[in-house]
Every structure is written in C-alpha cells, then in structure tokens.
Design a protein around this ligand. Sequence first.
Ligand SMILES: Cc1cc2nc3c(=O)[nH]c(=O)nc-3n(C[C@H](O)[C@H](O)[C@H](O)COP(=O)(O)OP(=O)(O)OC[C@H]3O[C@@H](n4cnc5c(N)ncnc54)[C@H](O)[C@@H]3O)c2cc1C
Ligand code: SF4
Ligand code: SF4
Length: 630
Amino acid sequence: MSENGMSQQTLPSQDAGVERQTMDVDIVCVGFGPAMGGFLTTLARGLTNPDGTPAVESRAMPGMPPQVVCYERADDIGFGVSGVVTRARGIRQSFPDLDLSQIPLAAPVAHETVAYLLDPIGASRRSPLLRLADRCIRAFRGRLPYEHEALRLPYVPPFLRKDGGLLFSIGQFNQWVGAQVMGTGVVQIWPGMPVAKPLWEDGRVGGVRLTDQGTDLHGRPEAGFLPGMDIRAALTVIGDGPVGPIGRQIDEKLGLPEGHHRREWAVGAKVVVDLPEHSTLEPGTVLHTFGYPEPEIFGFLYVYPGRIASAGIFVPSWFDSPVRTSYRYLQHWMLHPYLWRHLSGGRLRSWGAKTLQESGKRGEPHLAGNGFVRIGEGSGSTNVLTGSGVDEAWTTGVLAAQGVLELLRVGQPFTKENLERAYIARRRVSWVEAEGRVAEKARDGFTRGVVSGLVGMALAGLTQGRAAVPGKSLPPAKRLPAIEEYYAGRIAPEEIARIRQDCAARGLSLHNALMDRCGWPAIPHDGQLLVSHQDALLMGGKVQAPPGYADHVVFLYPNLCETCGTKLCIEMCSGQAITAGDKAVPAFDRDKCVHCGACLWNCAVSHPDDPERSAIEFRGGTGGLHSAEN
Ligand SMILES: Cc1cc2nc3c(=O)[nH]c(=O)nc-3n(C[C@H](O)[C@H](O)[C@H](O)COP(=O)(O)OP(=O)(O)OC[C@H]3O[C@@H](n4cnc5c(N)ncnc54)[C@H](O)[C@@H]3O)c2cc1C
Ligand code: SF4
Ligand code: SF4
C-alpha cells in the first residue's frame, strides 16, 4: 500500500544486484524530433573548425571534439507523426540554401483556406447556438461562399496564415535532418533505444539510463537480460516531446514553475493518402476545418507533390466526451462532403496518431537546471494559436545549442546559472517566446464552450494577446462527465447499461455502439482508404514491438480501475492496444501500441498523490509505428 492508502502496482527493483555498464560522453540527448534536429544541426556546426580540427575539446575523451550521443525511442528517426505546415522561419535560418527537392514530400505553401463544416447527417453534438448558426448558413447559402455543406471563410486570420511557408512530412524531414547531422561525423544518433530515466547526482542530472532489455512484460529479468546502460554526461538535453517520460520525471521531481500547469492536450490522428486521379488539388494546398464531426474537432488537409495528401483531426482535452475516440471521428471527418469530393477513390498509404501538449507557455517547465536543458514541445514551445509546433521546437533547439556552444568555448560548466544565462536568456528574447505569450490565454474560452473558444482565439490573435475570453481550466480527469451524464437526454441510463452489458459480453469498447445509437452511420469500409481500426494497424503505419522489453503503459492503481465506470483509456486508445481485461482492470497489448501517449491524459481519475497526474504511467518503450511518411 502506498502512503495514500491506494494499492499501487510496483515493478521489481531492477537495480538489486544488477551490474550496469556505464559510458561517459560530453552531451547526451533524449529523443530525435524537430527540436533535437535544430539542436544537433547547430551544435555540430560549432564543434569543429573549417579544417576539421576540434573547435572545443572533449572532457570525456581528451583530444577529440565533444562526444555527443542522441537516443531515440522509435525504431527509426523518421517514425514521427505530424502535419506539417510551417512558416519555417527557424528552419530556413538554419538552412538558408534549403533545396526542397532533396526532401521527399516537401512543398512550398501555395494556397490556404479555412472552412467551417456543417453537420450533414445530424449526429454531431451541437449547442442550440451552433444549430441556429447552421440553419442561418443554410438559409442564406446562395449569398455565402457555401459549398458541399461547408462555409469557406472569406479570409484566413493573419495569426493562422503560413504565407511563404513550407509543407513537410515529419518523417521525411527528420530523416533528411538526421542524415545531415550524422554526415558531420561529430554526432551519433541511435534509434530503437528508449531512455528509461534521468540519473540524479546530488541534485543535478548526470546523464540518463537506457531501458533494460531481455525482460518480461513487468520488467523482470529473463534469459538474455541486458541491463540498460548508464550514460554519464556533463549535459543532458531533453527533447522527448509532449509526453516524454524523461521530461515528466524531471517535472515530478522539481515541480512546474509557480502558476504553470499542463492541462490542455489533444490527440492528432491522421492519414497519408494517394489522392484519386481526378483530384484537382494542387501541391502546396492547405485546408483547415472546424465544426465537424464534433464542433470541438479541428481538421487539416495538406497536399504534397505527387498527388499525395496528409490529412487528419485533433481531438482536444476540452472535448468533454467520455468516449472521445479519434479513429472513428477521423473517418467521419474524411467522409464529410467538402473533403470526400477530394478523397473518394484515394488509397491509404499511412496512418498515425500522436499527442500534442497544447498548454504552450503556460505549461512551460523549468527550462534548465544543473546538468540539463529542455527543448521542444515538452518545454512548452508549441503555439496553439498559430497551429504551429515544428518550427518553434526547432528554434528552441537552435537557441539551446547556441548557449551550449558559448559555454563550451569559454570552458564554463553546465550549471543552472550558466544555462539560464546562455540558453534561457536567448529564449526569452526570441520570437518563440513573444508569440507564445500572445497565445497564452487564446484557448481559455474553450473551457466554456466552442463558440466562446473561437471568439477567444480570434480576440487573442487579432489583439496580439491583449484580450481573450477568460476560462478556468481543469485537469482532464476533473472535467470528464460520466457516460450517463454526457448522454443525458439522448440515451437513457437503462439503455446505456444494456449497451455496456452487450459490449462487455462481446469484448468490445463502448464508443462504436454509443455513436451508432446517436445516429452516426456505419463507416462504408472499402479496404482501400476506409479500413477497420485493426486493418489500419497492419496497413498504414505497420505497428510493431520487439520482444524482451517491459510494458511502457502501466495501470498504476488497479483498484481505481476496478471502480472506474468510464474506462476512457479503452475508449480512446488510438491503437486498440488497451482493452477490457480481467477483473475490470484494462489489459495492454504493446504489439498494437502506436505510442501516441494519449492514455496518459485520457484517464478518468486523478493520481491519488497528485491531482494534475492520471492513474496511468507512460514510460519509455520500444516499438510503435513503422512509417516514415506521417
Ligand atoms: C497529427 C499532428 C499534426 C500536426 N501538425 C502540425 C503542423 O501542421 N505544423 C506544425 O508546426 N506542427 C504540427 N504538429 C505539432 C508538431 O508535430 C510538434 O509540435 C513537434 O513535432 C514537436 O517537436 P519535438 O521535437 O519537440 O517533439 P517530437 O516531434 O514529439 O519528438 C520527440 C521525440 O522524442 C522521442 N522520445 C520520447 N520519449 C523518448 C525516450 N524515453 N527515449 C528516447 N526517445 C524518446 C519520440 O519518439 C520522438 O521522436 C502536429 C502534431 C500532430 C500530432
Ligand atoms: S480510465 Fe484510468 S482509472 Fe479508468 S480504467 Fe482506465 S486507467 Fe483505470
Ligand atoms: S496504449 Fe498506446 S496507442 Fe493506446 S493510447 Fe496509450 S500510447 Fe496510444
């Protein structure tokens, strides 16, 4: 039993009697996303002189340039999931002679549209105000830019525009950046190597421990056990993204700065599609949607060269549905007439899902401490007002590298004080900071409803953050109604009980049955673009997990799960990797997990010791999606 009286599931100590190998390097990096791309690109250029001699000397290996190693959890550095449309200011600054023909699926932004999608089937949960708006739009459609059940906005708000920007596939972009970085010969990047934890030494981070191999699903050593190596370093750079376990462990130890919290999240679910031959969409086309399948769900469609499109939706934490699934909603969104006219006849190339940390500046953690710096989305860089995270993440990496090079050149240690001066001060005067402040309160209105949320975004965007609709944000678990409460007036509690019983008997989650009951039509699977959730795991993205590692999703408090009526973790799991288990505690199948991290914040109850955390642990783990196109 833990101090709070809960019976917490614990893992056996992996340290008892275990001899770990250690390796000394100068800088160890966690995660390879755009943030680390920016960091390593900038750092590598400063480590050697033009004649190839070291510009600064390694302390771990005297006579050599500093030893820099980066560990990425996924099986390849190109297995990320994102949009990407970006103004690319930071990226272009790093690559002034950027030749887009070298990066597959890259294109300049040519044309941007924002469209409000009406509900063509009457199943979405709209407020009376929104229903009235829909009726008015339909009544005056002859005089409005209305087509295919959608209203095209007359202009794209300036804060959202990506004029002169670029479209990327994050997988292809990361692979290209990784090749440039490794080509310098001064940085090593190791994919398929999850980091388990930071190493604390007298209050400073002294490196990281890699995940144990050759264990059972609970982390207990088996034949072929290989304890994760300890990588000791003067500096640990953490760029492990929105749900990164290393960043979160640091937050758990140090707490967040006063007044900061991480309560705003979203899961992005997307497809990469071969557009049909009849498609007239030009490369560089950018389309943003809102209003459907539920008013809270935003969508995007970007067109790459070669008649390929990247399209998807964002399901936010303030969509207070206790069965907020992303996969089925993604398919209903694709089937909206405004989009389906472009997608019908297309073919699924790839599929993926991933969490976004949407708290932005308000979710900013301690950016540096003795021996460590934080960069990228996990450091609060993503901007929800401009709908942009990649260039912001990249730029924070660049700023951190500039600071690190400055300290290396003058031989100063990586103390909190020095890193504050060399990195945080740079960040405070950057455009990432200035725009992050404008966006800080932009989404608060969504805590009251969709219309006030949209008004709040417009206000914040148009007044440079001086005005916004106020709102009180709560941790996701605190906002979540019970299923019976959410469907009150639509489905009677007795019927919900019957649906529950029926689904339990058939081993199914509830969301499909509840959506069917609310009038959502069955998805017309065609085996080509509209495929079942299970088929998507095999066809587009190909989910795999190597044996010999512990489960990375852990239900910390089985007794809380037993009494949890909502079981949101099962309903929303992006890979159907969480299912009803024995004794009402969910089961986890790592072979289906896409590492989207959504279960971390889609738990119906709070952690007994910390109301800001949930009762699920999301650890560093292997496997996941195998697609470099997402
Ligand atoms: C569907 C979707 C669409 C999006 N569209 C856009 C868009 O159009 N424009 C835009 O600018 N942004 C977009 N974003 C946001 C953007 O992708 C992120 O802001 C950006 O990727 C953040 O970069 P990062 O380097 O901080 O983190 P990430 O890209 O998340 O990279 C972190 C890396 O760390 C690795 N990692 C995590 N834990 C460990 C561990 N324990 N050990 C080792 N490695 C680890 C991860 O595998 C990952 O590769 C979108 C996101 C999603 C999900
Ligand atoms: S939602 Fe949370 S408490 Fe409920 S079953 Fe899932 S993990 Fe357990
Ligand atoms: S179990 Fe895996 S796929 Fe399911 S929500 Fe969690 S991280 Fe995503």
